[in-house]
Design a protein around this ligand. Sequence first.
Ligand code: CP
Ligand code: NVA
Length: 308
Amino acid sequence: MTRHFIDLSDAGGDAVAAMLGDALDRKAARAGWPKGKPDADAPLAGRVLAMIFEKNSTRTRVSFDMAMRQLGGSALVMESGSTQLGRGETVADTARVLSRMVDAIMIRTDDHAKIEELARHADVPVINGLTDLSHPCQIMADLLTIIERGHALPGLQLAWLGDGNNVLHSLVEAAGLMKFTIRVGGPAGYEPDGGFVERARAAGGEIRFTQDPREAVAGAQVVVTDCWVSMGQAGGEAQIAAMQPYQVNAALMQAAEPGALFMHCLPAHRGEEVTDEVIDGPNSVVWDEAENRIHAQKSVLRWVLGQL
Ligand code: CP
Ligand code: NVA
């Protein structure tokens, strides 16, 4: 059966752990090498990834391209607006055609139903490069970054500040699979999707909610935030106003565990969800987190193609 990576639960906890282990090993094995040099075993030699973008991207686009190069394969970009998909060719027909031409498809889309439709009709793996609902590849990189900093995932105390968005949904899913705690600090009306929360709790994750930002970060080893208004969200002034108390600034970081890591998937809106002092400060791991998109996704690519 074709393996897709639409959400972390497509893989499950054991496979996520295996991918993270593989990512750590492969990253260590090529330390100091030129960034585009293929890994010694070039495990995806001859393989091609098609990347469909219906929304802007810097990290996802570059990290998947570099991941394929390092695995010995290659990637091609399809900006949706310049493809027939952008003119109304169906998702199903696009899936059928690409399945004859490439070995895997990554898509970034506004509409989660579209990636599900693509996967239903594709004979090759489909990978979620962000939808309105979830961003699992980001969370693979985040978990890798947390482990690299010496934290075990089971029992980890993590705080999320701000909007209950796509990135939080995948983080909540990870809390269930890897058994950690998330305290979400955010305004009423901006909570994450209840389905993700219920499934994570049932799987053994602890998900708590508070409207007090200091209570959210108390005891946290990792403090995470994201933009207050996501791409494609209506948002507006009211949403930004509601988020103001949840800004991650130096005073709020003081209320977390000493040495707590600061994480953000980027792009950051400096002065909104995070201050310069925090994102540029000694506890910020955002650049490792961005680099780790490459390393984590190499293992996702190997997993969907049956190598892990
Ligand atoms: N974090 C992330 O997915 O970044 P891009 O939007 O730049 O791809
Ligand atoms: N929540 C953000 C993540 C960007 C990588 C968005 O969807 O715009």
